[in-house]
Ligand binder design. Structure first.
Ligand code: GDP
Ligand code: MG
Length: 439
């Protein structure tokens, strides 16, 4: 990956002094290749390299960083700036009921994202109303209806005979009686951008005046997504972009260039087919991902904030001796909770994407409280050795913590998976990992 390559380029340059032009150019060649390989827009890459070069040349090598780390830091900062620096939220200003309109080509993930957004809105105290506007494909209406049922989100009963504008207006009138305050408009798509589609979308936009218009773009299509975004933006003046299928082998090129080319921010990324697989887009995290460091930079920052040194050292010792008990697991959860979403954190661990065990590991935030209760209901001996927790003990623990036996089972399974994963990291050297990644 890119950070490995940069490390090897700069390995020779030890200690102090200035970063030389020759050195930097050698490093930047790697950066350029990596970005083009990631399918970033060539114009964007050119500008970026020029900016990084200007900043890097003549810089004093900081005492705390190796030259490679210093260049990585600059590259990381420039990549972040290119993608917009700050996280951009959904625009929900204006009169009730509000509307978020989803547009994009067929198969880009509009309907799936409509469901995901409904979940997101509900989490943020909104009452979403799903509105199918793809009247050309009856199956598309059914798809959204099913999604709504599954999520217990009301879906407007669109009929294929109606005009999309009419449907949207009727849905808006009906929303209050359905207890809804935010429409999610799932529009029709085509295989290619065409004027008929744009006219229809534009009519809907004028009639409804949605507070946000999101282009749903398939990240796997790389530069095509960027070009398509330009066309949609010209016709509709987008509010933002959702890049879907970022869980696949999307190389990040679209994420990197789309803001620079269109001026419109990526607001969310889709990271799977399930309805919870939507994440807010963080430019800094994406930059680290493109650099190939997982989300290590933000992980390190957060870790430094939340975990105090001594506890971290204690933990490392325990990990090395494979003495990571359920009690440590509980404490670790509490620490981690201070740092943000547990699932986010797990993803930041380098290699976690590839780890089947970690992908299977499904930790719901709300479960943390329950997990704590369960572990607190165990005897010290049980916490030290989970292998003795048999059926009758599980029943007792469930009763004591006010949970179900299945909850206890799940916790023990998660714990033993973490244990396995940690043993693996131990072999690879937890310490080496930390040392390599520390900026
Ligand atoms: P639409 O035609 O734009 O409405 O697209 P759909 O919502 O029907 O999605 C097309 C396909 O892409 C479906 O098979 C979805 O499950 C899949 N899909 C959508 N978003 C994602 C994502 O973020 N990750 C993955 N892996 N698949 C996705
Ligand atoms: Mg659809």
């Amino acid at each position: 990956n890119l950070s490995d390559k940069l490390n090897s380029v700069f390995k020779k340059l030890k200690g102090h002094g200035k970063l030389s032009e020759k050195n930097i150019d050698e490093g930047l060649r790697e950066v350029r290749m990596a970005l083009l390989e990631a399918d970033a827009h060539y114009r964007v890459v050119k500008q970026l390299i020029a900016d990084i070069r200007a900043r890097a040349i003549g810089q004093e090598v900081l005492e705390s960083l190796t030259p490679a780390q210093q260049v990585i830091k600059i590259v990381n900062e420039e990549l972040t700036a290119l993608m917009g620096s700050e996280k951009e939220a959904l625009n929900l200003s204006g009169a009730m009921p509000q509307a978020v309109m989803l547009v994009g080509l067929q198969g880009s993930g509009k309907t799936t994202t409509a469901g995901k957004l409904a979940v997101h809105l509900r989490k943020n105290g909104k009452k979403p109303y799903l509105v199918p506007l793809d009247v050309y494909r009856p199956a598309a209406i059914d798809q959204l209806k099913k999604l709504g049922e599954q999520l217990s989100v009301p879906v407007f009963d669109s009929s294929p005979e109606m005009d999309p504008v009419e449907i949207a207006q009727k849905a808006r009138q009906k929303a209050p009686s359905e207890g809804c305050d935010t429409l999610v408009l799932d529009t029709a798509g085509r295989l290619h951008v065409d004027s008929e589609l744009m006219n229809e979308l534009s009519r809907i936009q004028k009639a409804i005046e949605p507070s946000d218009v999101l282009l749903i773009a398939d990240a796997m299509t790389g530069q095509d997504a960027v070009n398509m975004a330009e066309s949609f933006d010209q016709a509709l003046d987008l509010g933002g972009i959702v890049l879907t299928k970022m869980d696949g082998d999307a190389r990040g090129g679209a994420a990197l260039s789309i803001k620079a080319v269109t001026g419109k921010p990526v607001k969310f990324i889709g990271v799977g087919e399930k309805t919870n697989a939507l994440e807010e887009f963080h430019p800094d995290r994406m930059a680290s991902r493109i650099l190939g460091m997982g989300d290590m930079l933000s992980f390190i920052e957060k870790a430094q904030d939340a975990v105090d040194e001594k506890k971290a050292a204690d933990l490392e010792k325990k990990l090395r001796k494979n003495q990571f008990t359920l009690e440590d697991f509980r404490d670790q959860m509490t620490q981690v909770r201070k740092m943000g979403s547990l699932n986010d954190l797990i993803k930041m661990i380098p290699g976690a994407n590839k780890s089947k065990q970690l992908n299977k590991l499904d930790v719901d935030e709300r479960e943390l409280v329950r997990i704590e209760a369960i572990i607190n209901s165990m005897t010290p001996a049980e916490r030290r050795n989970h292998n003795i927790v048999n059926g009758s003990r599980r029943k007792r623990i469930a009763k004591g913590s006010g949970t179900k036996v299945q909850d206890v089972n799940k916790l023990l399974k998660n714990y033993s998976q973490v244990l396995k994963m940690m043993k693996k990291f131990n072999k690879g050297g937890m310490r080496a990992m930390t040392r390599n990644m520390m900026p």
